[in-house]
Design a protein around this ligand. Sequence first.
Ligand code: NAP
Length: 251
Amino acid sequence: MAKARRILILGGTGQARELADLIAGLPGLTPVTSLAGRTAKPILPQGEIRSGGFGGVAGLAAYLRENGVALVADATHPFAATMSAHAAEACAQEAVPYLRLERPGWERQDEDNWREAHDIAAAAAMIEAGARALVTVGRQEIAPFLARSDISVFARMIEPLQDPAPGHAEIILARPPFSLEEELALMREKEISVLVAKNSGGAGYAKLIAARMLFLPVVLVARPQKPQAPLAASAEEMRDLILASLPRLPA
Ligand code: NAP
């Protein structure tokens, strides 16, 4: 019997988990999910798991070679731009197919009051003095908001900060997904006056609906550029793209 082919899934998202579960159900393929290792107790998918950085492009290229990876399915978060750039380059070096799962970004509706920021620093600079900002950009990128002592920051994140938060900031530890009711309750309880979010697409849309319902302005951080690649918009589409992209097994 032919050896199972290893599909390296670059993970850290719900869609990566869905994809690993789908691949685990296919004969002849083994999903190996790679996590950055930043979350203490991640929810794990089926198949093999590895954790921690590869050590840049060279480290990932060596990993692909040494582990006989047949294909890389990049299902990282739309804002994980470094990992995607490294993966595209390492795959090109090792002649391994590189595909990306990229969920569509959120689209503004007529009633939305959104302003787009091209990056996190620009988003932090766009908040008016005296605002009560619900900031949902994650722990790694919270620093420019904590540096704004002229605003009240309600920073939602999964893992706690290493250092104590400054007096004008409250850390809200919570793990997504959040329902519309939860988002509305939080915004009302904290008397939020502006929402800051990344245009991640996918399940986090409830907070944008809540902001629309409460007539709150939103500062939405635009997605970073990622490398050119064959794209799929959902885990199911990615499974089909993987099957179509794998070189045929010898008969
Ligand atoms: P990033 O800035 O693109 O990557 C920084 C470095 O972290 C990479 O160079 C790589 O280290 C390591 N890394 C990132 N993702 C990895 C993975 N899946 N497996 C192994 N190593 C990984 O990434 P990030 O934005 O910090 O995101 C880290 C993880 O959190 C990703 O898995 C991403 O899907 C998830 N996530 C990110 C966000 C976000 O807003 N950025 C939101 C939700 C989830 P080496 O160079 O040493 O290989």
